[in-house]
Design a protein around this ligand. Sequence first.
Ligand code: SAH
Length: 251
Amino acid sequence: MTLIYLFDKILLNMKIKNLALLLVLFIFQPVLIKGEKNFFEMRRQMLETQIKSRGIKNERVLNAMLKVERHRFVPEKYQRFSYEDSPLPIGYGQTISQPYIVALMTELIEPSQKDKVLEIGTGSGYQAAILAELCKEVYTIEIIPELGLKADKTIKELGYKNVKVKIGDGFFGWKEYSPFNAIIVTCASKEIPEPLIEQLAEGGRMVIPVGDYFQELILVRKIKGKIKKQKIIPVRFVPMKGEIEKIKNEK
Ligand code: SAH
């Protein structure tokens, strides 16, 4: 008798707890949804005022910039600045690039659904996620293990299945999966690493910030085995580390 009574009490207690939880969720639901809505609205504004207004036209690129939630790639304390017109710190002295620069570099490589793309400098994983929306396969290399592992986690959490992250020196590219239809380098190097030129497919496009303090975004094309370079705009990226520094010092 007492046992049944006790059992009934526990059940009632659980019901009350569950009901209380549901009630709390119900009360806060508008706040939670509003937060996501606000971020979407901020992305819509970012698209109009920073990206379309500066001449980015590729519809697929614009859609990807609207869809991918930049705030998921930014440390919590900076999340409310996610859709502002600037780079943001991601730790270890590195930054997530300004949204416009991400859109510009992505448009310049003319991404297609059939493309295999290589990125050097995974950082937060944001550029890789944009590429994952637009291309078949994305390979991305990060030299700082902590950043690479965190980016890999974020990318997996968001459900992308076509991105492979490697910890290593991007100077050497990723020969195993080459050639690549496009390469995006998101750290500045004094010269274009030779292995990256070799791993670019015929007809391939590469964007890379070249220089030291003053850098220029360069678009490289491989046409009939020959390299064509075009200056795009002055930029400011964090420097490439690793092998390239040795080459710089030898010269
Ligand atoms: N694309 C990133 C931003 C990258 S910032 C994003 O969307 O968030 C540049 C990144 O390049 C940094 O994380 C830095 O650690 C990395 N990096 C610097 N030198 C590198 C190298 N030799 N190989 C691979 N990554 C490198």
